[in-house]
Design a protein around this ligand. Structure first.
Ligand SMILES: *Cc1c(COP(=O)(O)O)cnc(C)c1O
Length: 399
């Protein structure tokens, strides 16, 4: 795999399974004593290249690529939680994650307490013996609220609870392991691949150390994995307790596309994060009700300046007050692509309440920061001035 016919682009190994040299090798592969590939549901050579790159990016001990970002979240949560356990979820979550935790997981007896991003006392007080996971996003989508990751990490460490950060929107800018995260999650569908060519996700794991939280009674079920795999226990648990049985596995083609995107991640991310600041500033000066943490009046501006020095991803939001005005705004654009994605090289836009949050209750929408006229714009690689011109034109047309 390292070099196939001297190819310098990662080969796409589109094989569902792999042969074993002999019966003994088959036994060794199944027992984990041989690292050869077993069957693509449990791991694939192309996807494993992606896992290696992202493990290196985050300084982790290993990673598991999945079929989507939701696949990664489902894999980690279902490997760590059983019926009766609790999750503490913080801040305005991505719609799919919120639905998973509010509707689907309760059907399996896993319940979630949803708490406000800055309500640290309440977060700490909500921890019980059943709490297995504290989950947050590095920036709320589309609330754009910034969590105090250092404070959350301290709470998780103090109470010995697994801390999971969904860092989909802020790769490179935020290093979740520096804040005490145990698992970093990405939807690679977004800026990691960067051009909407592949659905994918990944969970990257930190080393389980002898002295840490995973040796407590709360994580008793990890013991067999720790005994066998030592520092890589969380990876074994994710693979055996979720990936093998639920099958949210990555495929070689998507992993290849994602690897291509990764080559330019830093360049794209820098350009987009800078453009967001410029665009938000100018829209504001033209009277648009725009939200971005870089703006002085934003609630999280201080945190932004302290912890998000290189920006906070591709999103800005515009509140047009009513659905009618929001529709007019979007429908008069010559540049925006109307779609549910973010982190693309092209600028994308969407009215929130009528699409992703269509079947959410009023109180859920309030918690998630979804107002009637809210438009999410994911800034792309176009010239910032071209984006500004288009958005100002939309604003004029919707008056
Ligand atoms: C898109 C997204 C997800 C889900 O990823 P999919 O690849 O669409 O399954 C999860 N978290 C965040 C923050 C996202 O933006």
């Amino acid at each position: 795999m390292q070099s196939y016919n001297r190819a310098i682009s990662t080969p796409i190994v589109s094989s569902a399974t792999f042969f074993y040299e002999n019966s003994q090798e088959a036994e060794d592969i199944f027992s984990g004593n041989s690292k050869e590939f077993l069957y693509s549901r449990m791991g694939n050579p192309t996807s494993s290249q992606l896992e290696e790159k992202l493990t290196a990016m985050e300084n982790g001990i290993g990673a598991v690529a999945t079929s989507s970002g939701m696949g990664a979240i489902s894999m980690v949560i279902t490997s760590l939680c059983s019926s009766g356990d609790e999750i503490i979820a913080i801040g305005g979550l991505f719609g799919g994650s919120y639905a998973l935790m509010s509707q689907t997981l309760p059907r399996f007896g896993i319940n979630t307490k949803f708490l406000e991003v800055d309500d640290l006392d309440n977060i700490e007080n909500s921890i019980t013996t059943k709490t297995k996971v504290i989950f947050c996003e590095s920036i709320g989508n589309p609330s754009l609220r910034l969590p105090d990751l250092a404070a959350l990490g301290q709470i998780a460490t103090k109470h010995n609870i697994a801390f999971i950060i969904d860092n989909t929107i802020t790769p490179l800018v935020i290093k979740p392991f520096d804040y005490g995260a145990d698992v970093v999650i990405y939807s690679t569908t977004k800026i990691l691949s960067g051009n909407s060519s592949a659905l994918g996700g990944i969970a990257i794991f930190k080393e389980v150390k002898l002295s840490d939280k995973f040796h407590t009674a709360r994580y008793e079920f990890l013991k067999p994995f720790i005994n066998k795999l030592k520092g890589k226990a969380l990876i074994g648990c994710a693979k055996k307790r979720a990936l093998r049985d639920f099958g949210m596995s990555a495929n070689a083609h998507s992993s290849y596309q994602t690897l291509l995107g990764l080559e330019t991640l830093e360049l794209r991310s820098n350009r987009i994060n800078t453009s967001c600041e410029i665009i938000a500033q100018i829209l504001k000066s033209e009277g648009v009700c725009v939200n971005h943490p870089s703006l002085e009046e934003n609630k999280d501006n201080l945190l932004y300046k302290e912890s998000f020095k290189d920006g906070c991803g591709s999103m800005i939001t515009i509140d047009m007050e009513t659905k009618e005005k929001a529709y007019k705004f979007l429908d008069s654009s010559k540049l925006l692509i109307l779609t549910a994605n973010i982190g693309d090289s092209r600028t994308l836009g969407l009215h929130m309440a009528s699409t992703i949050y269509q079947d959410f209750s009023d109180s859920e929408k309030k918690y998630l920061g979804i107002t009637e006229g809210l438009i999410r714009v994911s800034i792309g690689l176009e010239k910032p001035q071209d984006i500004i011109d288009d958005l100002l034109n939309c604003f004029e047309s919707s008056k």
